[in-house]
Write a protein that binds this ligand. Structure first.
Ligand SMILES: [Zn+2]
Length: 74
């Protein structure tokens, strides 16, 4: 007979991910980058709202740390 034990260690670690945001040079719409670590010093992002392809530097990137699980507002 088998007893399945559920591990409760998942709550101990709180993981975060970093998200970068650049604003479009043409229309100013914020575009999110989800792989902040992977970007080069200069990178290009295509705007999601107007389609303009802009070049940005890593120093322009606004990085915000977000929790892995978002709480939904009730
Ligand atoms: Zn744009």
């Amino acid at each position: 007979m088998f007893f399945r034990t559920q591990s409760t260690t998942t709550a101990a670690k709180r993981t975060t991910y970093s998200r970068g945001t650049v604003h479009c040079g043409r229309c100013g719409a914020p575009n999110d980058l989800y792989r902040v670590e992977a970007v080069a010093d200069e990178f290009s992002v295509r705007c999601g709202s107007c389609g303009h392809r802009g070049f940005y530097r890593k120093s322009e990137l606004g990085v915000s740390q977000l929790p892995e699980r978002r709480r939904r507002p009730r």
